[in-house]
Design a protein around this ligand. Structure first.
Ligand code: ACO
Length: 382
């Protein structure tokens, strides 16, 4: 029996060894699958016409231009047309510009990634609405809910698909219509003075030149403080955010996702512990930028332009100081648009490109931090 077993195991190991040899021989003849690099072939943005200055907001709530500018650097923001514009329609306007600059059309897009925290519908996502409105082919559409880091996450996902050769033309959109979910009363002033509406988009394609395109992306999260920058309703979380949770019957169960009581309690408004967000952001922003630089053997001195998520001008200035970057190497436009969450990086990148600050061969670093918390960076050789 023992002898039979050992003869058996010997023959198995011979088979395995032979298989490995055959495999090795095959791999010498068959080239590994091609890995491509991706590049941003076109970038565009759209902001609504309606400008709301800090003084305009002080008509609705107790705040002042001085307080807002001193704490955030924001002077004004745009709010979408109440009836005509949605997160999707703004995304489409930005996409049209990106497509035109990439020299391609909506019909050539083979995958859509749409990042937003303010979708037109709770479901389905904005990606399919954009696909429908732009009369695109029946390509895949993916929505990403990563708030302020949504666009950099979306870029990273797109990059992987281009790298493997699965898709050739990916449309990445970041768009937000915050104005619809904000409370313009004094109780919410720490949140509502910060955010604005707008959209940005990029078309990703294969890079033709060696060393060109997205060099690497770096994604992180820490859910320990998920609730300190959040909108808790509508949600399926057993109503723990209602202060005096009422007893409810089985019949009422279906209404607990969202109901009149939730609305009246103010629990459906965006919540932010500003100082806690600030503390975490000023650590994670530089960390993830340095991570991207180190991964590609660069230092901060090599950066031609840093395009940080426009969270707060004070956060950007702190990061700039820490990395010892001169003013002309950091792009900020929060003064004009406020914080547009998933749209902020592509709007800023698009404006920087239009201003001639993003040129072929430049080393561009994108970085974002936001609710979740999630944070991310992308290093690009343009
Ligand atoms: N106008 C006037 N007073 C205000 C306003 C306002 N809009 N908002 C808050 N205050 C008052 C508060 O009521 C408080 O008054 P009190 O001392 O009488 O109680 C006082 O100002 C200080 O409040 P804080 O919340 O401690 O204000 P802080 O100085 O921290 O500034 C801010 C608030 C600007 C939100 C800051 O914490 C911050 O920038 N945090 C980072 C958060 C951030 O950038 N979020 C962006 C979204 S997340 C992201 O993109 C990463």
């Amino acid at each position: 029996m023992t002898q039979r077993k050992s003869v058996y195991s010997l023959s198995v190991s011979v088979v395995i060894r032979q298989f490995k040899i055959v495999n090795l021989r095959l791999s010498l003849f068959i080239k590994p699958p091609n890995m491509y690099s991706s590049k941003i072939a076109g970038i565009g943005h759209y902001v609504p016409k309606n400008v709301y200055t800090n003084n305009d907001l002080s008509r609705f709530m107790e705040t002042s231009d001085e307080w807002i500018q001193e704490r955030t650097g924001i002077q004004e923001r745009r709010f979408a047309d109440r009836y005509e514009e949605t997160t999707t329609t703004m995304g489409i306007e930005a996409a049209k510009v990106a497509l035109q600059r990439a020299g391609t059309t909506a019909q050539d897009i083979d995958f859509i990634i749409f990042a937003t925290l303010s979708p037109d519908y709770y479901f389905p996502g904005c990606g399919v609405l954009l696909q429908r409105e732009m009369k695109m082919k029946e390509v895949g559409a993916l929505d990403i809910r990563n708030q302020c880091s949504g666009f950099v996450y979306a870029l990273s996902v797109a990059d992987q698909f281009i790298k493997t050769g699965m898709y050739k033309n990916i449309l990445v959109v970041g768009s937000e219509k915050h104005s619809f979910a904000m409370d313009f009363e004094t109780r919410s002033r720490n949140v509502s003075v910060i955010f604005g509406d707008g959209a940005g988009a990029a078309v990703l394609q294969r890079a033709e030149k060696e060393g060109q395109g997205i060099l690497s992306t770096h994604l992180h999260s820490d859910g320990a403080d998920a609730e300190i920058l959040a909108m808790h309703y509508p949600g399926a979380h057993a109503n723990k955010w209602l202060k005096d949770k009422p007893a409810f019957s089985d019949q009422e169960l279906g209404g607990l996702f969202f109901n009149k009581e939730i609305l009246e309690s103010g629990a459906a408004l965006p919540y932010m512990d500003g100082p806690a967000v600030f503390k975490k952001a000023v650590v994670k922003f530089p960390e993830v930028i340095k991570e991207a630089l180190a991964a590609n053997n660069y230092t901060a001195k090599d950066i031609d332009l840093l395009v940080p998520h426009q969270a707060n001008l004070r956060i950007s200035q702190y990061v700039q100081q820490l990395l010892e970057l001169p003013d002309d190497k950091v792009f900020n436009n929060i003064q004009k648009y406020g914080n547009t969450t998933a749209a902020s990086v592509p709007i800023a990148l698009s404006e920087a490109w239009e201003a001639g600050k993003v040129k072929e061969g430049d080393l561009i670093c994108l970085a974002a931090f936001g609710s979740g918390f999630t944070w991310a960076s992308a290093l690009i050789k343009w």
